[in-house]
Write a protein that binds this ligand. Structure first.
Ligand code: R2B
Ligand code: URA
Length: 319
């Protein structure tokens, strides 16, 4: 699977209008999975967007949008279900609900959308979100993934800010197959974004680290779990792999999207950061259970809130 390293890194920022380099893009496009098209006043509705936040679940991203709405003081430039209602009675509209694949909310200068599980689902929505900010002629946009993960040698509830993302072969690249060829793209987060995310994280919890992230194509075998339906390795092989990832490559957590996310953002020329909470210590167990005796569902929900609270703080401080 080792492709040629061959890539172009987009350069944007400093107030310049965001432009995608794809010469085949036309003026009229349908963002099919977002349920939006270039006929929908994109520049007027989305031209002020500065942050695009993504996470796996649609409910979580709706919750994050509501949290932001409060934290940013109910910004008027949000998209509502019914904008004619008094401000206190308004609810945020799911702008992509009609397409049935993803949810997307606009709160002030922030888009909050879900990406589903894994690079296949993420890449589809990321292509369309990048096209959306291109057609809306946005400036200086940062993309942030807020997610969950399995930690390596970390207490559950610890927040991990990604430095570099590694694939399942322990290489810091995302391999994109196109026209029968494999191309490896780099997978770093933006240094300023990760440093500032970490500062915000430390102001919310003492349990936060910056480290590398293993981004696998599945939850079970590629993350070396023994509890999938199928398993092709021994417990010793599993332990050796996880220990090697941790000791040699500085991997602090495992999830499923950060290689694709960082590689696509870097190619397009937008700053990006990844902040994930660890739900389980993979040096101890495979199963995501919460800590016994404290109400599993509640505790997982509490941990899932941490990246949202930290990201909201980051955005508020950046505006
Ligand atoms: C973390 O959690 C999901 C799998 O449960 C996946 O989207 C990820 O990266
Ligand atoms: N998400 C993952 O991909 N892995 C975990 O261990 C937990 C959440």
């Amino acid at each position: 699977l080792s492709g040629t390293i061959l890539y172009q890194v987009g350069k944007q920022g400093n107030g310049k209008t965001f432009r995608l380099a794809n010469p085949y893009l036309t003026e009229k496009e349908t963002l099919y999975h977002l349920g939006i098209s270039t006929d929908d006043n994109l520049q007027q509705r989305f031209g002020d967007v500065k942050f695009v936040c993504l996470g796996g679940k649609s409910k979580r991203m709706q919750n994050f949008a509501n949290l932001l709405y409060t934290d940013l003081g109910c910004p008027e430039n949000s998209e509502y279900e019914d904008a004619t209602l008094p401000p206190g009675d308004r609810t945020l509209r799911d702008l992509s609900g009609s397409a049935g694949r993803y949810s997307m909310f606009k709160v002030g200068p922030v888009l909050s959308a879900n990406h589903g599980i894994g690079p296949a689902s993420l890449s589809v929505v990321l292509h369309e979100l990048l096209k959306l900010i291109h057609f809306a002629r946005c400036t200086d946009v940062t993309f942030i993934r807020i997610g969950t993960s399995g930690g390596l040698g970390l207490d559950p509830g610890t927040v991990v800010i990604t430095d570099k993302a590694y694939n399942g072969l322990l290489k810091p690249v995302y391999t994109q197959v196109a026209c029968g060829k494999a191309i490896d793209y780099p997978t770093s987060t933006h240094p300023e974004v990760r440093t500032k995310l970490h500062e915000c994280a430390l102001s919310v919890t003492s349990q936060s680290v910056i480290g590398n992230t293993l981004s696998a194509n599945d939850f079970y075998e590629e993350q070396a779990r023994l509890d999938g339906a199928l398993c092709s390795y021994s417990e010793e092989e599993k332990n050796a792999f996880i220990q090697k990832a941790h000791d040699i490559h500085g991997i602090k957590n495992m999830e499923m999207e950060s290689t694709c996310f960082t590689a696509m953002c870097t190619r397009a020329g937008v700053k990006c950061g990844v902040i994930c909470v660890a739900l389980v210590d993979r040096l101890v167990r495979d199963n995501v259970t919460g800590v016994k005796g404290t109400g599993i569902g509640c505790q997982l929900k509490e941990w899932e809130m941490l990246p949202q609270i930290i990201c909201s703080k980051y955005i508020k401080e950046s505006l």
